[in-house]
Design a binder for this molecule. Structure first.
Ligand code: BG6
Ligand code: MG
Length: 215
């Protein structure tokens, strides 16, 4: 397979924001008296804000009306924004910039494919607004991972067919979205959690053009 495009998830792949999502959701879960563990948190990765809240409510067997759900999703986001608005380029995950620049040097297109509506703020904070050939985020697409929409739209924007794209993902829902899009998926994390990924690495610092071509 000839690789012509690479699509990156943002949270937990390019930047170390997964911990901030967890801290904000944990705070909300405590507030709602729901017992929410790090293991439960894996199910939230890659999932939209409202769907994440639904998972937490299901864990705690809690039912809330629409108005309250919106209030709590907003509250979580305010806490999350408190964290990310203080981010610096130091929080770019190791190896990301080097690898993306290597791809660009080889003429491979790059895109970001994230569920997050906070993508523009994060990219600005870490100085990566101009890094990718295309940015597709939760403000553009509405169907959440594992729906493949985000990756299909990203591939369209860089004008690369899905079968020539590789996706880098740290979330179970994101790996499934890449597979649903008909793309190769490199999972970032553990083989146990990301069982369906075609290839596993612990971070982009383990990846380079030579390894990518061997996948
Ligand atoms: C994904 C995260 O990238 O974005 C999820 O992995 C998060 O944890 C989702 O819920 C939506 O993010 P936001 O910033 O729009 O609440
Ligand atoms: Mg992620």
């Amino acid at each position: 397979m000839e690789i012509k495009g690479c699509i990156f998830d943002l949270d937990g792949v390019i930047v170390d924001t997964a911990k901030y999502h967890y801290l904000a959701w944990k705070r909300l879960a405590d507030h709602l008296d729901v017992n929410f563990t790090l293991e439960d948190n894996e199910r939230l990765k890659g999932v939209s804000r409202m769907d994440s809240l639904e998972i937490i409510l299901a864990i705690g067997k809690r039912k809330l009306n629409k108005e309250l759900k919106e209030k709590y999703a907003r509250l979580k986001n305010e806490w999350y924004i408190d964290y990310i608005s203080k981010m610096t380029p130091d929080e770019i995950l190791s190896g990301s910039i080097k690898f993306i620049n290597e791809l660009k040097g080889a003429g491979i297109k790059t895109a970001l494919g994230s569920a997050s509506k906070n993508t523009p703020l994060i990219l600005k904070r870490v100085g990566m607004e101009k890094m990718f050939d295309a940015v597709v985020d939760g403000n553009i697409v509405s169907r959440a991972k594992p729906n493949p929409e985000v990756f299909i739209v990203a591939a369209g924007m860089i004008k690369v067919k899905p079968e020539h794209c590789v996706v880098f993902e740290d979330a179970v829902a994101g790996v499934q979205a890449a597979i649903n899009a008909g793309m190769i998926c490199v999972g970032i994390g553990s083989r146990k959690v990301l069982a369906k990924a075609h290839y596993i690495i612990s971070g982009l610092d383990e990846m380079n053009l030579k390894k990518l071509k061997e996948i």
